[in-house]
Design a protein around this ligand. Structure first.
Ligand code: SAM
Length: 285
C-alpha cells in the first residue's frame, strides 16, 4: 500500500560561482532542456522568480526577467551615439535579444548577425520567443560562422556599428577579446564607426576589463567604459565602446521612441559613463 503522505517538491537551486567564494543562486522549478551542441552545453531552466534561464557551458547567459537591462544598454548607447547607423553587425548574440533591440531603430537598413552556434538560435526560438522575435525582421541576415574568422576577412569600411555580444573569453569566444580582433573590427568600421563589446564584471573580471580598455585606447580616438546593473550577472556589468568620431558621453544625439523600453533613457545613457572611483583607478582615468 502506498504511504499516506504527500511528497513535497525538492528545494532545487542552480548556482553559478563567480569566484571560489561567491556565487549567485536561483531557485529552480524544473529543467526544460539540456543538450550538447557542436560548441557547448546548452541548458534552459525554469526559475521561481526570474522566468526562464539560459545557460551555456553552465554560465548564465540571461534570464527573462532582467535581460532588458543588458540588451537595451548594449544596443541603444552606441546606436544613439551614431548619427546614422544604417549597417550594423552583431558578433554572437545567438539568443536574439540584441537583434530585437537593434530592430527598434528605423534608421537601420541591414543587420548582419554572425553566430557560431546554430543550436543557440534554435533553442532561443523555442524557449525565448520574446528575445528571438528579432530574427524575423526582414532587415536581419544570419550567418552561422566564427566571428573571429569573419572579422579577419571583413572588407574595410563595411559597417557603421559593430556589437560584440559574446560569451566569456573561454572556448570559441576566447579570440573575441584580443587586440587583433578589435583591430579587425576597427578596420571594418566606416569613418564614423562605433564598436561596443560586453567587457565583463567590474568586480570579478577586472583584468579583462583593463585589458579590453587598453586595446580600445590604442585603436580608437574615443574609448569609454559604461555600466549597467544586471542582477543575473552578479550586479554591475561593463561595456567598452570605441568610437572613431562621436563621443557617447554627450548623450543620445537623436530622438528615439522609448515606448517599450525598461532601462534605457537619455539620462541613463549619460549617467552610465560615470564610473566609481575604484574603476577610474583601475583604468587609469
Ligand atoms: N549576453 C550574454 C552574456 O553576456 O553572457 C551573451 C549571450 S549570447 C548567447 C553569446 C553567444 O556568443 C553564444 O550564442 C555563443 O555561441 C556566441 N559565440 C561564442 N563564440 C563565438 C564566436 N567565436 N563567433 C560567433 N559567436 C560566438
Amino acid at each position: 500500500m502506498a504511504p499516506n503522505f504527500k511528497v513535497e517538491p525538492l528545494d532545487l537551486w542552480y548556482m553559478e560561482k563567480f569566484s571560489e567564494n561567491w556565487g549567485l543562486s536561483f531557485r529552480i522549478k524544473r529543467g526544460l532542456y539540456s543538450a550538447l551542441s557542436d560548441y557547448q552545453r546548452i541548458d534552459v531552466l525554469e526559475t521561481e522568480e526570474f522566468g526562464k534561464l539560459l545557460l551555456l557551458d553552465a554560465a548564465i547567459m540571461l534570464t527573462e526577467r532582467d535581460e532588458f537591462s543588458y540588451h537595451e544598454m548594449l544596443v541603444h548607447v552606441p546606436l544613439l551615439t551614431h548619427p546614422a547607423p544604417r549597417k550594423v553587425l552583431v558578433i554572437g548574440g545567438g539568443d536574439g535579444g540584441t537583434l530585437r533591440e537593434i530592430t527598434r531603430h528605423p534608421e537601420v537598413e541591414e543587420v548582419v548577425q554572425v553566430e557560431i552556434d546554430q543550436e543557440v538560435i534554435r533553442v532561443s526560438r523555442e524557449f525565448f520567443p520574446q528575445l528571438a522575435k528579432g530574427f524575423d525582421d526582414p532587415r536581419v541576415k544570419i550567418e552561422v560562422a566564427d566571428g573571429i574568422k569573419y572579422m579577419a576577412q571583413c572588407p574595410p569600411h563595411s559597417y557603421d556599428v559593430i556589437l560584440v555580444d559574446s560569451t566569456d573569453p573561454k572556448g570559441p569566444a576566447e579570440g573575441l577579446f584580443t587586440h587583433q580582433f578589435y583591430a579587425h573590427c576597427h578596420r571594418a568600421l566606416k569613418e564614423e564607426g562605433i564598436l561596443t563589446v560586453q567587457s565583463g564584471s567590474p568586480y570579478f573580471q577586472q583584468d579583462l576589463l583593463a585589458r579590453v580598455h587598453r586595446a580600445f585606447r590604442d585603436l580608437f580616438p574615443i574609448a569609454r567604459i559604461y555600466l549597467s546593473g544586471v542582477i543575473s550577472y552578479g550586479g554591475l556589468w561593463a561595456f567598452s565602446l570605441g568610437s572613431k568620431k562621436h563621443d557617447p558621453i554627450q548623450g543620445p544625439i537623436r530622438d528615439f521612441p522609448h515606448k517599450g523600453l525598461r532601462y534605457y533613457t537619455p539620462r541613463v545613457h549619460q549617467g552610465a559613463f560615470i564610473l566609481p572611483k575604484y574603476l577610474e583607478e583601475l583604468l587609469g582615468l
